[in-house]
Design a binder for this molecule. Structure first.
Ligand code: SF4
Ligand code: SF4
Length: 379
């Protein structure tokens, strides 16, 4: 029996819990032209990068480094984006998620289609993302179904969502099912985090980390892994992941008494609200030049699009979450769109990945993926 969609009560609770000032609203709510993916692609395309050796063309950059095109190696990670609804509206959001995106939420029928498709793949990991995936009424059902299939489940959690009353028991729910919780927190200092996520976000995040710690997360237990995902605050590449992990562990423990297991550092992708910020702050050209000039060929083999399939809230299939937001759909080796209904994995393996200028965000510096740095610079 399909669980009733109880979004209105969820939205009420989001509004009550998030009464503080927010840094921004969604592009969609403001009717910004950048709400449309084509406008984002266009905005990236007109950045003058012709003076650089690759001309700012990702395909040329691959070719110059001996990889004529990017192809998928297999499906190890099945990523499901449960929707664009979120209790926050962070300034750097590549999804343009927020409380107003209540129509874009995966329904039970699509969840079932994902599970059938998952059964046809060899994927060992199911990566649940959003928006805030925990706001989807089918979230717990989906986690249980994936755990019953012996999959490693990752929940990409914004932390503050755990403070909503309806989610008070989620840390224990996760712990009972050995779910890895990957929490986003831009910085271990209040000022930097609040600048990106809104006033009060840091304090709420610390409270949520305390709850996860109380449920056994962050203590080195391999069945209760607490990962922090961090991204730069500003038009910079992320720093060295290993030294950041040490610094963050020290900072969070000493100042707030909370712990976590590992840290992954990712670059901000020049799309959606981060693209808007780059444009408005006059940083777009410099940031794109930085991404292109720091292209690192040793990251190409480890790009997440090579081993991931990413499903959108409405059941479309993409090479990664970023292509999903730009509506660049996957095509199989048969050149047909990949369909979640009756998924046939054979044309999916070996398919050509759809690329664009935004892809330089994944190959810059140490590289950047859902799992953090691709090339460990500390080696
Ligand atoms: S960055 Fe994450 S927490 Fe922030 S608005 Fe986007 S989906 Fe929500
Ligand atoms: S954005 Fe990154 S992960 Fe996605 S297709 Fe481009 S290189 Fe691959």
């Amino acid at each position: 029996m399909t669980e009733a969609l109880t979004l209105p009560p969820i939205l009420d609770e989001i509004q009550r819990a998030d009464a503080g000032p927010r840094p921004t609203t969604t592009l969609r709510a403001r009717r910004s032209p950048l709400a449309e993916p084509e406008r984002q692609i266009e905005a990236l395309g007109i950045v003058p990068l012709g003076h650089l050796p690759s001309g700012g063309d990702f395909g040329v950059a691959l070719e110059m480094n001996g990889s004529p095109s990017l192809t998928a190696a297999g499906i190890e990670i099945f990523q499901i984006n449960l929707g664009k609804l979120c209790n926050m509206t962070c300034r750097h959001c590549h999804v343009d998620a927020g409380p107003d995106r209540r129509r874009e939420v995966m329904d039970r029928e699509t969840v079932e289609a994902c599970l059938s498709a998952l059964d046809r793949t060899e994927a060992h990991t199911v990566d649940l993302t959003g928006g805030a995936p925990e706001l989807n009424p089918n979230f717990r059902y989906l986690v249980d179904q994936c755990v019953a299939r012996a999959k490693h489940v990752i929940d990409r959690c914004n932390l503050t969502v755990l403070l909503l009353q309806r989610n008070a028991d989620l840390p224990e729910f996760f712990a009972d099912r050995c779910v890895e919780v990957v929490c986003s927190l831009p910085h271990y200092r209040r000022r930097n985090t609040d600048a990106q996520r809104g006033d009060g976000a840091f304090e709420k995040s610390i409270k949520a980390l305390e709850r996860l710690n109380a449920a056994g997360y962050g203590s080195g237990d391999p069945s209760r892994v607490l990962t922090l995902m961090v991204n730069p605050v500003g038009a910079l590449l992320t720093g060295d992941q290993c030294s950041m992990e040490r610094e963050w562990k020290r900072g969070l423990n000493r100042n707030h008494g909370v712990s976590f297991d590992r840290l992954i550092a990712i670059n901000n992708m020049p799309i959606a609200r981060f693209l808007e910020w780059l444009e408005k702050s006059g940083n777009l050209e410099d940031y794109m030049e930085l991404l292109v000039t720091t292209f690192n060929p040793s990251t190409v083999q480890g790009l997440m699009c090579r081993n991931t399939l990413s499903v959108s809230w409405d059941g479309r299939v993409f090479d990664c979450d970023f292509n999903q937001m730009l509506e660049l759909e996957s095509r199989g080796t048969d050149n047909l769109p990949v369909n979640i209904e009756g998924l046939d994995p054979s044309p999916v393996v070996g398919r050509r990945i759809v690329t664009g200028r935004h892809c330089f965000g994944c190959t810059a510096g140490a590289g950047s993926s859902c799992g953090g740095a691709i090339h460990d610079t500390s080696e």
